[in-house]
Unconditional design. Sequence first.
Length: 100
Amino acid sequence: ARVSAVAVPIESRPLSLQEQGAETPWCSSVLAGLGLGYAAAAMSRAGRVARPAEGKPQVAAARTPVAYPIFTFRWLAVHALAVPTVFFLGAISSMQFIQR
């Protein structure tokens, strides 16, 4: 007997399906299938490395010239904080010597 995917009330189903009792929910079948699929994938991957380590690169000469930039974001950030800080510290310290 072929069971259709259309929702049919239990009363109108054949007697053989009514006698089976509570049906298992579809989510348990999905979870069981996922578990079996994961186990099969894990067993097939056992002992294999996903990506082997890369070899060591060739060492460059010790005196290879490199052109480093002078004004970097770090240089700008440090000087944006340091220049006003030194200015205000000098202004505050010079105010100590103001005579009334």
